[in-house]
Design a binder for this molecule. Structure first.
Ligand SMILES: C[S@@+](CC[C@H](N)C(=O)[O-])C[C@H]1O[C@@H](n2cnc3c(N)ncnc32)[C@H](O)[C@@H]1O
Length: 338
């Protein structure tokens, strides 16, 4: 999955920047329009105020893709709060050079304000309080495929079969991190039950936590808490391919040409954060989270409704659109937190 998505030459995300949007393979909340970035910006500003308006603060975006969301967030902050904007350092950690140059191009207007480390570990020597966040990033992190037989888990690994085709093999599990993660799932699954599991959340969050020291993390994605993720009825797992807005279920069919994604076990993300000394504080549907964070914004529109803007808000929040499919996990670490 790591190679199929991120190989520097042939990975799906390395090859072009046209995955998201109508002419791409899938929509995200960012494709709906700038309202999503505006509402995130308002939440970020509230965090800046609640943490005592630090003289320098950082927003660290992961998976910024072509820079559209960063542009929406920065435009909103600049408009809403000149002091917060002047003290802000917006940082995009982007490992893929092609995406980084597209982001630089999209964010030309904010040159000097936006920093582009190749990896968040580069920021550890200069931690700044603030916010780390990502929209639909965790689902794009590689996962292990697992299958239950004879009262134990096996891993479905990829190898090269005849005629140069990729095939799955069921193998014994030796990886100690995977064994530890699987021990948390319990047992008693039906024979042939398939799912997936990520062992890399702590590794992913650790450098971000260190780059902030304290503040807020916000992860928006599709997923469940653990007991729902590994529900007996979900016996085929959630790994999917996406191409031209159609989902597929053969992850080996066109590696590098299609998106690969699996839902997020938010319990595992919360546990990883806790192990780093951060505190998971809320897991809500995107609809409920955005609505709660938009009260002032909606009130301001009373008497002067803007239909195009409200349409975006409805798409983001209505349960039949994006409101119920996506969850938002907030994780905090206050300065005083031990
Ligand atoms: C589905 S896209 C989301 C794009 C964008 N956030 C949006 O909502 O439209 C997933 C993005 O996560 C990025 N990504 C995956 N692993 C990452 C990592 N370890 N660090 C930073 N970005 C990563 C990919 O390169 C890709 O651009």
């Amino acid at each position: 999955m790591a190679a199929a998505l991120y190989d520097p030459d042939d990975g799906y995300y390395s090859r072009s920047t046209r995955q998201v949007g109508r002419s791409g393979d899938f929509f995200t909340s960012v494709s709906v329009g700038p309202v999503f970035g505006t509402l995130l910006a308002r939440r970020f500003l509230r965090e800046w105020h609640e943490s005592g308006q630090p003289a320098r603060w950082r927003i660290l975006e992961c998976g910024a893709h072509d820079g559209t969301l960063a542009n929406d967030v920065l435009t909103a902050i600049e408009k809403l709060d000149a002091r917060a904007f002047s003290t802000l350092e917006y940082t995009i950690s982007e490992p893929l050079p092609r995406l980084q140059s597209t982001q630089r191009e999209t964010l030309r207007r904010f040159a000097g304000k936006v920093h582009f480390p190749n990896h968040p570990t580069e920021l550890i020597d200069d931690p700044l309080p603030g916010i780390a966040f990502g929209n639909e990033v965790l689902d794009a992190l590689p996962c292990h495929l697992i299958e239950w037989h004879d009262d134990r888990w096996f891993e479905r690994q990829v190898s090269l079969g005849g005629s140069d085709r990729l095939v799955f093999n069921l193998v014994e599990i030796r990886n100690p991190d995977l064994k530890t993660a699987l021990a948390r799932l319990g047992g008693g699954f039906a024979d042939g039950y398939r799912s997936e599991i990520r062992t890399g959340y702590r590794e992913f969050l650790g450098p971000l936590a260190a780059a902030l020291g304290s503040g807020l993390m916000i992860w928006l994605d599709y997923g469940f808490e653990r007991q729902d993720y590994y529900h007996p009825g979900r016996h085929k797992g959630t790994l999917r391919t996406f191409s031209q807005h159609r989902a597929g279920d053969d992850p080996l069919a066109r590696p590098g040409e299609v998106d690969l994604t699996a839902h997020v076990d938010f319990t595992a993300v919360a546990e990883a954060a806790q192990s780093l000394g951060w505190e998971p504080v809320a897991l809500r549907s995107q609809g409920s989270w955005l609505t709660q964070n938009s009260r002032d914004w909606l009130m301001q529109m009373e008497g002067d409704p803007q239909p195009a803007v409200l349409r975006q808000f409805q798409t983001l929040t209505h349960p039949a659109h994006l409101g119920a499919a996506f969850q938002v996990l907030e994780i905090h670490r206050r300065n005083s937190t031990p």
